[in-house]
Write a protein that binds this ligand. Structure first.
Ligand code: NAD
Length: 433
């Protein structure tokens, strides 16, 4: 007989005391139902708590993460790679986190640090502002010299904290940014994302790190904006930016001041002047002029009002690298710990230029000779989209305090660039654009 037969078909007539067996079965069923019910309530509460509590869900905790791509990181093998890349191999060496390591300057700086025995870990989000395959090729180059680049965004504070948990970085060389002046009219939020929000996210993690690292970061000559006093000195006004890019770099300098003042972070800003060289950026004039001259396409050469010359203080990448390393070498330690300031800390800004502005038309003449092709010049009025008429660096402060002394003239530097360009793009790689 099935136990179901014990249950009367008429509900109200059921008398529990009459059958101890039925009584026990029902109690058992009742307890099971109760248990299931409370389990559901409990599970429901956990789910509600998880999605409502900002502190338990990193995705909700940090709004900037919502717009981030997800990258694969973490795990014992990944941590081993991170540790090994950041391991110091020379006496008194540094352990440096290089942001923007797959970028033009980041690649050169990372390679130079590694060569002299410093530990180097790269971080880059490999965005597609310009051909990402060039960034991948730089990554492969660095990998061969033992530098690992973590793929991630500087706005990802969970990732940044993890990196500082795995490695006690002595220094951060912060080069990740949305570069380029004209692109700001197309995609303004990318400048705010990387150059402002990203900088704050990085400094927030640095200030809480124990020990706090010393930070050297790339500002830009563009902060001089509409300043007409030449050569540009660090004491000149920088409150008239001519582009959103310049405005975000200027904001970065003010943000650096705040983190230095409140948290005792040691911060050095470097105002680079038009950096060029092998593995360069395809969005920069010397690069796309080379590409277009070789393709027989015409190139725009800008002219200011009244046929005014447009000139740039072109600086060869090896000179910039020397300036970056000197800034790291002379950076004092941050004074805070665990987010608390313990005393005043170093705050510096330097121009890193070449002190000899060259008219853009002269740049084209040098390229014509090196490429043995005549350029089709298209003289145009300088558009009002952020470019300034000239840049010219006064580098006496960097000379005095960093021992910075640029030594490559434009002719020599472009020769090296053209040699790299021809060999890189004749190796089956298609020139971007
Ligand atoms: N090259 C120049 O002439 C020049 C002049 C003045 C200032 N700078 C500054 O120097 C630094 C390096 O410039 P570059 O010429 O090597 O530019 P780059 O674009 O080649 O390098 C920047 C790198 O940062 C990465 N990046 C951007 N946003 C990121 C983010 N949110 N998270 C992680 N990675 C991110 C990019 O993928 C790129 O690889 C930048 O800060 C730039 O503004 C460069």
């Amino acid at each position: 007989m099935s136990h179901l037969d014990d249950i009367p078909s008429t509900p109200g007539k059921f008398k529990m005391e009459k059958s101890p067996y039925v009584h026990n079965r029902l109690r058992w069923h009742f307890s099971l139902a109760k248990l299931t019910f409370w389990s559901f309530i409990f599970l429901g509460l956990i789910v509600v708590f998880f999605f409502r509590s900002p502190s338990s869900n990193p995705l909700l905790q940090d709004p900037s993460r919502r717009s981030l791509r997800t990258y694969n990181w973490g795990g014992p093998a990944w941590e081993k790679q991170v540790r090994s890349s950041a391991r110091i191999r020379s006496r008194n060496g540094f352990s440096v986190l290089v942001t923007g390591a797959a970028g033009f300057v980041g690649t050169h700086v990372s390679a130079a640090l590694k060569r002299r025995g410093d530990g180097v870990l790269g971080l880059d989000n490999f965005n597609d502002y310009y051909d990402p395959s060039l960034k991948r090729a730089r990554q492969a180059l660095l990998e061969r010299s033992g530098v690992f680049i973590v793929e991630g965004d500087i706005n990802d504070s969970v990732l940044l904290r993890k990196l500082f948990e795995v490695v006690a970085f002595t220094h951060v060389m912060h080069l990740a940014a949305q570069a380029g002046v004209r692109y700001a009219m197309e995609n303004p939020s990318s400048y705010v994302h990387s150059n402002i929000a990203g900088l704050v996210s990085l400094l927030e993690v640095c200030k809480s790190a124990n020990p706090q690292p010393a930070i050297v970061w790339a500002s830009s000559s563009s902060v001089y904006g509409l300043n007409t006093k030449v050569p540009f000195s660090e004491r000149d006004r920088t409150d008239q930016p001519a582009s959103l890019y310049a405005a975000t770099k200027k904001a970065g300098e003010e943000i650096a001041h705040t983190f230095n003042h409140i948290y005792g972070l040691s911060l050095t800003g470097l105002r680079f002047f038009t950096v060029y060289g092998p593995w360069g950026r395809p969005d920069m004039a010397y690069f796309f002029f080379t590409r277009d001259i070789l393709k027989g396409k015409s190139i725009p050469i800008f002219e200011a009002a009244n046929h005014g010359t447009v000139a740039r203080d072109f600086t060869y990448v090896d000179d910039i690298v020397k300036g970056c390393l000197a800034a790291l070498d002379t950076a004092e330690k941050s004074t805070g710990s665990g987010g608390k300031k313990k005393g005043p800390a170093q705050l510096r800004v330097y121009n890193l230029g070449n002190t000899s502005p060259v008219p853009v038309s002269d740049l084209v003449s040098i390229l014509e000779k090196l490429l043995k092709v005549n350029a089709k010049r298209n003289i145009m009025k300088l558009p009002r989209n952020g470019d300034v008429q000239f840049t010219h660096a006064n580098i006496s402060l960097a000379q005095r305090e960093l021992g910075y002394k640029p030594s490559t003239d434009l002719q020599t530097g472009l020769k090296k660039f053209v040699r790299w360009y021809v060999s890189y793009y004749s190796g089956g790689k298609k020139a971007a654009g």
